[in-house]
Design a protein. Structure first.
Length: 98
């Protein structure tokens, strides 16, 4: 794993909207490179024979996605205090400037 360059860390700093001194950038360049180097060790592990396990019993409980009409529009509109042309009438929110 290649070390991060100062320019890459400065780019990360800009994206993160952080304000760091040159000394902090140098420090974090080294620290972030060390972290990436440590994490890259996972690539060296032989994991092809490791079985996936879980401690929880899992099961897909989603129902089938079947299109159906649950509510009839006219039945819903019966509950509205005021209906006009098939729509619920609501109070105006903005004042009209004429």
């Amino acid at each position: 794993m290649a070390k991060l360059s100062k320019q890459e860390v400065e780019h990360i700093v800009r994206l993160s909207k952080l304000a760091l001194t040159d000394a902090e950038v140098a420090k974090y360049t080294e620290q972030l490179s060390d972290v990436l180097e440590y994490v890259s060790q996972i690539d060296e592990l032989a994991t092809e024979n490791i079985k996936d396990i879980t401690i929880l019993e899992t099961e897909n409980v989603a129902r089938n996605d079947i299109a159906r009409e649950i509510w009839k529009r006219d039945d819903l509109l019966k509950n509205a205090p005021q209906v006009e042309n098939g729509y619920i009438v609501v109070p105006e929110v903005f004042e009209k400037n004429e």
